[in-house]
Design a protein around this ligand. Sequence first.
Ligand code: ADP
Ligand code: MG
Length: 564
Amino acid sequence: MTTTIRLLSDEVINQIAAGEVIESPASVVKELVENALDAGAEKIAVEVAGGGLQRVVVSDDGKGMDAEDAKLSIVRHATSKLTRAEDLFYIASKGFRGEALASIAAISKLTVETAQEGQTGTRLEVERGRVVKTARCARTCGTTFTVRNLFHNVPARKKFQKSPPALSAEIFRMMTVLALSHPSVQFELASGGKRSLQTRRGERFQERAAALLGAPFAETAFPLHFEEGSLYFEGLLGAPSEGRPNRMSQFLFLNGRFVQCDAIVDAIKRGYATRLAERRHPLFLLYLSVPPDLVDVNVHPQKLQVRLRKEELFRDKVYLAVEAALSRREERPAAHFDEPAIRRDAAIPFVFREECDEPPPAALPLEKETPVILDQLERFLLFKEGETLVAVDVEAATFRTCYEQLIAKTDAPMEKQGLLVPFNVTLTSVESAMVLTHQEAIEQMGFSLKAIGRDVFMVEAIPPFLKEGEVKGVLIDMAHALEQFIGQADYERDRRQALALKVASRAKVKRLASHQEARDLIERLSTSPNQTHCPKGNPIRIELSYDKIEDLFRADQKAPASSR
Ligand code: ADP
Ligand code: MG
């Protein structure tokens, strides 16, 4: 019996390769729009029919091609963007591999119309990757690609396409991403005869965000601005009340590139913390600019997954930035930031207002006046705040501030106080199983534990506000609190809160040792989201204003005809 080895025809090779580059009509849109951007287009119009399976048309006003280049453009590995093999390493991840058009041509009926400035245009009809008709045509400078009957000769691929409405939604999202990445270009999308998206050239970030994500988002979003060393973050965070059941409206750009990165999305979500309703995902538009050597973008060139070096650091910074942005209260809705600022970094495509130079947001109650500390009366700290006398329950206040500290610091581990002389704690086997299962979460609360025997743990560090004598009790409390999560999924946030509650409630500071400690407590309390009640609902402070004191005196004088 003889076997015949045959070379696959170019047509078959192109069809196979096409499947890798073109997964759906949205990939066609992406490739064609990116080519238009590369050609220097200032205006790009996209039109789709039948979810893009029937027709995708992409027109641009870029530099166009001459007849020769137009024919070459649909040949595999034809590219004007790469001439030396060394470039390949750098450029491969960006998709400049000269195979997009060849792939599209192999699996559709393609028409190209293109003209360069002041030249007669060229019109090509391409079928199964081959030019079947060439003609001259009249058109202005630029290029139009029309892709018909996508996947008509790759039934396996066609069968697995979503419904036309779902495909249109994907295209819409793809266009949104492209428009958000290129603010100086005008984009238009028409789907099924209706214009579904339009941006203007050079419009402000705010306007583009409104055009793409809707006016309600843009008007209620919280501006985020964060700068530290070589890290620079800028964006808009959807109001917590605008949470969505899925992640479709999350747009994350890393060094100018749209990416998917679970670690960052996770940190953002944690920044929202309890502000967001259960099982809701925040809407956001976030541009992160970071040193390139901290990012691995080659993980998957199509899916845009990135991997981060120093992930912990990132998560922490993003979390802090989000938390800070959301804590600046509603007095400063995003809609008010519309003045241009200096563009810091080419990777951040929009121009934002300088947030840092602004006056601080409206002061929180405790920041109105520098408090004058008077004294302690048992467990009450007395101070004067302007014309008001304030008494703070030190225990309730400490409970609150320790709790906030614990739930805020999940990624940067909580400050720990290492013990010079570690000690052992013995638990029951059920308790120790819970501690072992959730050891990482417990350590985030400021403990360092080492399992040294059956059900015996050596305690090497504890939260600074805890007394050694409380440790065993806290560990037991935590172990029991953790039982509620058996068999549950997605409990990360609830678990953090449950553990923090147990640890903070043992803080039990009843007296402050110095004025400095008193000032620190007042200061920490002033930045707490809840300054009036401890996590169990007990009041933290009572106030006696001058007027109130005066009223009390008057009431006692029984002088109803007061002149006030
Ligand atoms: P790549 O973008 O990787 O170079 P493509 O297959 O996407 O490969 O495109 C091949 C070539 O066709 C490009 O390098 C470019 O020279 C030319 N080209 C494609 N689209 C356009 C366009 N809209 N305007 C001008 N030239 C284009
Ligand atoms: Mg290309």
